[in-house]
Every structure is written in structure tokens, then in C-alpha cells.
Write a protein that binds this ligand. Structure first.
Ligand SMILES: NC(=O)c1ccc[n+]([C@@H]2O[C@H](COP(=O)([O-])OP(=O)(O)OC[C@H]3O[C@@H](n4cnc5c(N)ncnc54)[C@H](OP(=O)(O)O)[C@@H]3O)[C@@H](O)[C@H]2O)c1
Length: 182
């Protein structure tokens, strides 16, 4: 089973402000970033390559509040100990699970998952700690936001990646793809 992450990140490695806002990504924070219409930074290609999306509760709440659902046709698992049931309208869209990351991983393998998209800072960190994330796609926005939700955390050992490719976009985003060297 392959696991990949696809995230947008500030130059100082934050994926959201402390309160979850992503205004800095859209140019609403006084920046000159302009998202060009029709440019999805490879997201459609990426999401089409996975069969399962695994996200933390915080990320789910953000997506849920945004009202968009870019995961049609995918199995979506939300990790949470506090969310006891799916919100109304999401009962058929998400499965709630909780437990140690290693157990979640075993369940995914057992259920025949081929490629899982791991999303959310804490969630990603727990799978990185186990050395289970084989590919990282990071899209860097040219902005420092000083504080926020961190992309990375501590690790029990170094994880070395091979750089696969880097693309730059007219709005200043720079996207790099890395594969874990095992
Ligand atoms: N820039 C980007 O590309 C990007 C991408 C994704 C998310 N985001 C943003 O980043 C923020 C979320 O990141 P985050 O690091 O705060 O959190 P997260 O990983 O989305 O969610 C963390 C929560 O997930 C649950 N969880 C994680 N692992 C679990 C496990 N093994 N078992 C049970 N529950 C588990 C816990 O929920 P409970 O407390 O309910 O137990 C935990 O508090 C949001 O603001 C989101 O919008 C940005």
C-alpha cells in the first residue's frame, strides 16, 4: 500500500493559521498571490490516483465548513476520538475511526487499499513517525506567517527523501514532489 501527502505550506512550514484560516494561501492576507482560474496545482491528477483519503478531525471540520467535497468516489476515513457520528448529510461520505496509527494502517492494508492520501498536520506526523508516508507533494506559498499549525513534528529518526520534480507557478507557488528512500 502506498501513502502520499499533498499539502500547501507557508515558507515557514505552517499549513494553517492557529485558528485554521488559510487566507494567506489565497492572497487575502495582503499578499500578491493570485490563484489563476482553472489552475488546480495538480490536485485533480493527485486525487484521481488515490482510492482512499485519511484525514484528521480538524481537517475534516475545515472541509465540512467549506461546503465543498472534492473526494467523490473515494473512501474517506476521518480520524477522531471526539466526533462520535458523522454530521447530517455526511453519513454516507465518511467513516469515523480512531486508534494508534499502526492499527489504522493495518486496517487499511487488510481492506485492500492501494493508495491512501493522508491529510492534516497531526495525522500526517503520526504516519511519518512510523516511516509509512512514501510520497510528499508540498506546494510552497511565498509567504511567512510566523505561527500556525505546523506541517512537521519530531521524529524518532531521520527520514531521507529523493527529490522527484519541482514545478513553479506564475503566482509564486513552488511545488516539489519527494519520495521516501527506504
Ligand atoms: N495547507 C494545507 O494543505 C492543509 C491540509 C490539511 C489541513 N490543513 C489545515 O490544517 C489544520 C488541521 O491540521 P491539524 O494538525 O490541526 O489536525 P488534523 O490532523 O487534521 O486533525 C487532528 C485530529 O485528528 C484526530 N486524530 C489524529 N490521529 C488520530 C488517531 N490516530 N486516532 C484518533 N484520532 C486521531 C484527533 O481528533 P480528536 O481530537 O477528535 O480525537 C486530532 O485532534 C486545519 O486548519 C486544516 O484546514 C491545511
Amino acid at each position: 500500500m502506498k501513502a502520499s501527502a499533498y499539502l500547501a505550506v507557508s515558507l515557514d512550514n505552517f499549513i494553517a493559521r492557529e485558528d485554521g484560516r488559510l487566507d494567506w494561501l489565497k492572497g487575502e492576507a495582503g499578499t500578491e498571490i493570485t490563484l489563476s482560474a482553472g489552475e488546480d496545482f495538480g490536485f485533480t491528477e493527485f486525487i484521481n490516483s488515490v482510492d482512499t483519503v485519511l484525514m484528521g478531525r480538524q481537517t475534516f471540520e475545515f472541509v465540512y465548513k467549506s461546503g465543498s467535497w472534492p473526494y467523490r468516489g473515494k473512501r474517506v476515513i476521518v480520524l477522531s476520538q471526539s466526533l462520535l457520528q458523522a454530521p447530517v448529510g455526511y453519513e454516507d461520505r465518511i467513516e469515523l475511526q480512531y486508534g494508534p496509527a499502526a492499527e489504522i494502517w493495518e486496517n487499511l492494508v487488510r481492506s485492500g487499499t492501494a493508495h491512501v492520501y493522508i491529510d492534516g498536520g497531526l495525522t500526517l506526523q503520526s504516519f511519518l513517525k512510523l516511516g509509512l508516508v512514501s510520497e510528499l507533494t508540498l506546494t510552497r506559498a511565498p509567504i511567512l506567517i510566523g505561527s500556525g499549525v505546523p506541517l512537521f513534528g519530531s521524529l524518532p529518526r531521520d527520514l531521507q527523501f529523493k527529490h522527484l520534480e519541482t514545478r513553479s507557478y506564475g503566482n509564486g507557488f513552488v511545488q516539489s514532489r519527494y519520495r521516501l528512500i527506504r
